[in-house]
Design a protein around this ligand. Structure first.
Ligand code: ACM
Length: 661
């Protein structure tokens, strides 16, 4: 289905797309019926199931979110049961659990039914997304929904090392994950730049290697509980044997080379690495993982294993001799040897290991989960060898690609011959929020709303993949996430007020509607980023794939297909961008940090002006097009690490007629 953009936007303001409120992830089966259930003060909820703190507390949160959205003062002692939450059992969180639910809404009442209390949590989020309104009342449309996830593992990795993420950041992101039915928070807790968990057995880890930024065990216990109440597992990652500078700062005796070591302040793959030939390394890890096991209830512990570059290993005589003695030909065998020993330790502790692609080796046990980050080939290789896989390739949200890019990336690689059994070993996926270039102020804006599109890819049927429809729903869901305390929208204003030296920020906002951070790892080519670099410039305030730009791009398509209303919308936007540059320049008069984006603002303005010429006057003057071509060429070079998010639309408007000649 192709939606007329403006009609869809108008409908969205009364919250219906195609008759159904914007649900995300979209359920397996939705049947819209006649009528609606009107919400009033006398709104009673009955729980019909064994005692579950999850459901009990979810009911309270549900009412509070409804009250805030509607302004309704719900009665403390409602006389009517309007919603029944019916489930058979409470369960322990695990990778394969029943999260299915059925929702029946009629004009007389609503029933949410599930096998498990987790299913109830998932259904409640759907119900909240269904809330609709007209001029008289708030209501839920009469509907019948049957729903369950396509993949059992729907995760988000947050790197707490490169920039520390305080507990409240994690909590609000857990709430957002629950809202889009995600169920694994993967915490990257140690790396070259820091060690982020209190260890009572080895206190130098958090005392010497965290700059004071770590989670106490008490905080971690509370966080795990908080996540569990929302149906979310926490999988901790302790990346070994590489990415371990922080460990070696505290305990240099674990290292391959003598050291001493200092915390890394820069980024990239580093050389320090544990020495797999030392018995004391395993003794240490045994004690360490025993402590960790007591803290984290989840079955899985992630041991990282990525990017061991072999530089320090190749400089060690001890390692050379060890490898000769054991007939090892390369470092991958040495790492496999290390992993075997670590797996044994974890097995004794009744934990299952998980690790990045690089741990894949024919000798490792098949209950190890491989997290694939280097591409589809790694996924295929792993499932063919009998491993369960969690896919992160294509879900690297730190790289600032579009929501559509991630959305269309199916965990099951297309065009490959996998048996049904092999496919079933693809457990799902994880979005990865590496934090080199985000801090607590900006991290939400890199996770949301794009991760909601990934959540849909992992939950909904594979056929649900209409990009325009996704964006129209994402636009609404993004605003709902803000209600949960996420800062992805409001922090832009905060950053811009500081950048503008407290002048009016409107011109900066208008500019950021048309631009986005450059993609991939390119930002590192422009500045030597360290853990202390400011993340408070325009590029940090900007967001990947800004929705106003997405809508503009759709409107340009519609306009070029003959939609006059879309044309008016396009002209309005172009006028705004054309006139904006002067205002932005004025603010820059008091704000040196803004100077770096002036060339791009000027190009945006000029391209908008030239586009208006072409639209309004049908101006096909060769001089106009020549100037446009030159400006477009200039945009090949990023400016302040930013690029235009609407460049393709400019090309379409300016050269549409030329293309058809
Ligand atoms: C990784 O991105 N090094 C797993």
């Amino acid at each position: 289905m192709r939606f007329n953009l403006l009609v869809a936007l108008a409908l969205l303001s009364t919250s219906l797309v195609g008759g159904i409120p914007p649900l995300m992830p979209y359920p397996q089966k939705v049947n819209l019926r006649e009528g609606k259930f009107v919400l009033g003060e006398d709104f009673g909820i009955k729980i019909a199931g064994p005692y579950s703190p999850r459901v009990f507390l979810a009911k309270r949160r549900f009412l509070s979110r409804l009250a805030k959205r509607t302004g309704i003062f719900f009665s403390l002692e409602p006389q009517k049961t309007a919603l029944i939450l019916k489930y058979q059992k409470t369960i322990k969180l695990k990778p394969k659990m029943d999260e299915s639910y059925r929702l029946e809404i009629t004009p007389d009442g609503m029933t949410l039914e599930a096998k498990t209390d987790i299913g109830i949590l998932r259904g409640i989020e759907t119900l909240l997304q269904l809330l609709s309104s007209d001029s008289r009342s708030y209501f839920f449309p009469a509907v019948s929904i049957e729903d369950s996830p396509r993949f059992p593992w729907r995760g988000l990795l947050i790197d707490t090392v490169r920039h520390f993420m305080p507990v409240e950041v994690l909590k609000r992101n857990i709430d957002a994950m629950a809202a889009v039915k995600m169920n694994v928070l993967h915490l990257h807790l140690s790396d070259d730049q820091g060690f982020r968990l209190e260890s009572k057995k080895f206190p130098l880890l958090h005392l010497l290697a965290s700059d004071g930024n770590y989670y106490t065990q008490q905080q971690m216990r509370e966080l795990i509980k908080y996540a569990d109440l929302r149906g979310i597992r926490i999988v901790p990652e302790f990346d070994i044997p590489g990415h371990t500078t922080s460990w070696l700062v505290a305990y240099p005796e674990l290292a391959t080379l003598p050291g001493p070591y200092a915390l890394e302040r820069t980024y990239g793959t580093k050389d320090p690495v544990m020495d797999p030939t030392k018995k004391n390394v395993y003794k240490f890890l045994k004690k360490f993982f025993k402590e960790v096991t007591k803290l984290f209830p989840d079955q899985y512990i992630h041991i990282g294993g990525d990017e061991v570059n072999g530089v320090d290993w190749s400089q060690s005589e001890r390692i050379k001799k060890f490898m000769e003695k054991h007939h090892m030909e390369d470092f991958s065998q040495l790492q496999a040897y290390f992993n075997q020993k670590v797996f044994k330790i974890l097995k004794k502790l009744h934990k299952k290991p998980m690790g990045w692609d690089e741990i894949l080796h024919e000798t490792i046990p098949r209950d190890v989960i491989i997290q694939s980050w280097r591409g589809k080939e790694a996924v295929i290789k792993a499932v063919k060898q009998g491993f369960n896989v969690v896919v992160s390739a294509g879900y690297y949200i730190d790289l600032c690609h579009s929501a559509a890019y991630h959305y269309l990336n199916d965990p099951i690689p297309e065009g490959t011959e996998l048996t049904e059994e092999e496919k079933s070993r693809i457990l799902g996926g994880e979005a990865t929020m590496w934090s080199e270039l985000v801090d607590r102020d900006t991290v939400d804006s890199r996770i949301w709303p794009r991760t909601a599109a990934i959540a849909e890819r992992l939950w909904s049927p594979s056929e649900v993949r209409n990009v325009r429809d996704m964006y129209l729903r994402l636009r609404v869901v993004s605003r709902q996430l803000e209600e949960l305390g996420l800062t992805h929208i409001k922090n832009q204003g905060m950053l811009l007020r500081r950048i503008a030296r407290y002048q009016d920020i409107k011109p900066l906002e208008i500019f950021l509607q048309a631009v986005e951070p450059i993609e991939g790892y390119e930002r590192h080519d422009f500045k030597d980023y360290t853990v202390f670099s400011p993340l408070s410039r325009m590029v940090d305030a900007s967001v990947p794939d800004p929705i106003p730009a997405v809508l503009f791009n759709f409107a340009v398509e519609d306009y070029l297909n003959g939609d006059e209303n879309a044309g008016k919308f396009v002209v309005d936007r172009l006028n705004l961008w054309w006139k904006n540059h002067q205002a932005l320049e004025k603010i820059a008069g008091n704000s040196p940090v803004l100077k770096e984006v002036l060339p791009l603002s000027s190009i945006l303005s000029r391209l908008s002006y030239l586009s208006l010429q072409v639209i309004e006057k049908g101006n096909q003057d060769e001089n106009v097009l020549k100037e446009a071509e030159k400006l477009i060429q200039e945009t090949d070079q990023p400016c302040g690490e930013l690029k235009l998010a609407i460049i393709e639309s400019f090309k379409k408007i300016l050269f549409a007629r030329r293309g058809t000649e």
